[in-house]
Design a protein around this ligand. Structure first.
Ligand SMILES: *Cc1c(COP(=O)(O)O)cnc(C)c1O
Length: 400
């Protein structure tokens, strides 16, 4: 970037690297350095960078039609919706442009279903501490972290934050205004915290008892990341609504909210809309991405590779006093450390492996679903090397 001042709002604490090219699990910066990418654009490039079969579909679509507005049908949107509902518990899809946008639609649908279909005045949604649901005013209010709310008062009403994985406490958060419970099954930004099966069981019991909607935020966990097409499939449950975004377009911005048939009457013409949702280009990216994920059994691949990666990390980091715990499911993995990880992450980047924090103490690994066993070996070697140095530094400081 040289001497010139950036003309962007400084909303991101960016790494001091400028990326210019990507292919598979590799990225190149403007200095020609090659990186092994174990963050995949934050769980977006599941098929790797510039996946050929998605690119071909996109290029073909660019020749045909870019945009029509949602006042017309397009075959692409119908096909993606068919594929999503055929492979999930959902019956209808609303397309939008991001994860926050999908969660916003879910929140609106939950309220409107209660107010217009059930005819009650319930609007409160129980979400969880440390959760992350997006940056619009409603979704940042749903988010269970104070740092995203600072300076944005007043916040919209109707969100209550319960402790995550706390079976005993949950029922006490339900009021006569509660209409839904919304959660991530792996709290991702919150530090890679996996929902306990008995906690999820309690949630479904309470949803039934009080007639609440169950909303699962699959924006990060969805689309093979956890070793199933959707994370809810690990738990034998059927959410009323689940939301998708990150990996759905392989990097082309696209979000989706998927809901059960009983919710369909709640969204009548004019009740919700977005200009770019389901545009033919976005739908071509999503269609090709889903077809590749299903044809190549990438959920099973993510399960196998995730297990391999965790096994190798556990071996390589055994006895390392800098490391507290390795956890995750499929290819969403966290290494929790006993001290803040910013320096360790910078050192890992300097060795040309890209990882990302999940909170101050956790190193998050989100390789692409097509990561190879050799790339896993290389990443483990780099991480183990850096964390061994961190352990040695810690021992030295303690000895002083
Ligand atoms: C990233 C993320 C979001 C927000 O998605 P955006 O596309 O950034 O709006 C919401 N929920 C979860 C779980 C996420 O990981």
């Amino acid at each position: 970037m040289g001497e010139q001042q950036s003309a962007l709002f400084p909303t991101y604490a960016r790494f001091p690297i400028t990326m210019v090219k990507g292919e598979g699990s590799r990225l190149w910066d403007d200095q020609g350095n090659e990186y092994l990418d174990f963050m995949a654009g934050l769980a977006v490039t599941g098929l790797g960078h510039a996946p050929k079969r998605v690119k071909e579909r996109l290029v073909a679509q660019l020749d045909e039609l870019w945009h029509t507005s949602n006042l017309f049908s397009t075959p692409q949107a119908e096909k993606v919706a068919q594929l999503l509902t055929a492979n999930s518990c959902g019956d209808a899809v609303f397309f939008c442009n991001s994860g926050a946008d999908a969660n916003e639609a879910a929140i609106k649908l939950a309220r409107r279903y209660n107010q217009k279909v059930l005819g009650n005045d319930r609007y409160e949604i129980i979400t969880f501490k440390q959760s992350f649901h997006g940056r619009t005013l409603a979704t940042l209010t749903a988010t269970g972290q104070d740092k995203v709310k600072e300076g944005y008062l007043p916040l919209p009403q109707g969100f209550i934050h319960a402790p995550y994985n706390d079976v005993a406490a949950l029922e006490s958060y339900i009021t006569d205004k509660t209409c839904a419970i919304m959660l991530e099954l792996v709290q991702a930004e919150g530090g890679i915290i996996v929902a306990d099966p008995d906690f999820v069981q309690e949630i479904t019991r309470l949803c039934e008892k009080y007639n609440l909607l169950l909303i699962i935020d699959e924006v990060q966990t969805g689309l093979c990341r956890t070793g199933k097409l959707f994370a809810y499939q690990h738990y034998g449950i059927e959410p009323d609504i689940f939301t998708l975004a990150k990996a759905l377009g392989s990097g082309f911005p696209v979000g989706a909210m998927v809901g059960k048939s009983k919710l369909i009457p709640a969204f009548t013409p004019g009740s919700h809309a977005t200009t770019f949702g389901g545009t033919p280009i976005a739908m071509s990216a999503a269609l090709a991405t889903l077809e590749v994920m299903l044809a190549d059994h990438l959920a099973d691949e993510a399960a196998r590779k995730g297990k391999l990666l965790v096994d190798k990390l556990e071996k390589a980091l055994a006895g390392n006093a800098f490391v507290k715990e390795i956890r995750g499911t499929g290819l969403i993995i966290g290494i929790e450390c006993v001290e803040p990880t910013a320096d360790a992450i910078a050192a890992i980047h300097a060795k040309r492996l890209l990882v990302v924090p999940a909170g101050p103490m956790v190193i998050r690994l989100l390789p692409s679903l097509i990561v190879t066993d050799e790339e896993i070996d290389k990443a483990v070697e780099i991480i183990a090397g850096v964390l061994a140095e961190k352990e040695a530094e810690r021992k030295q400081t303690a000895a002083k």
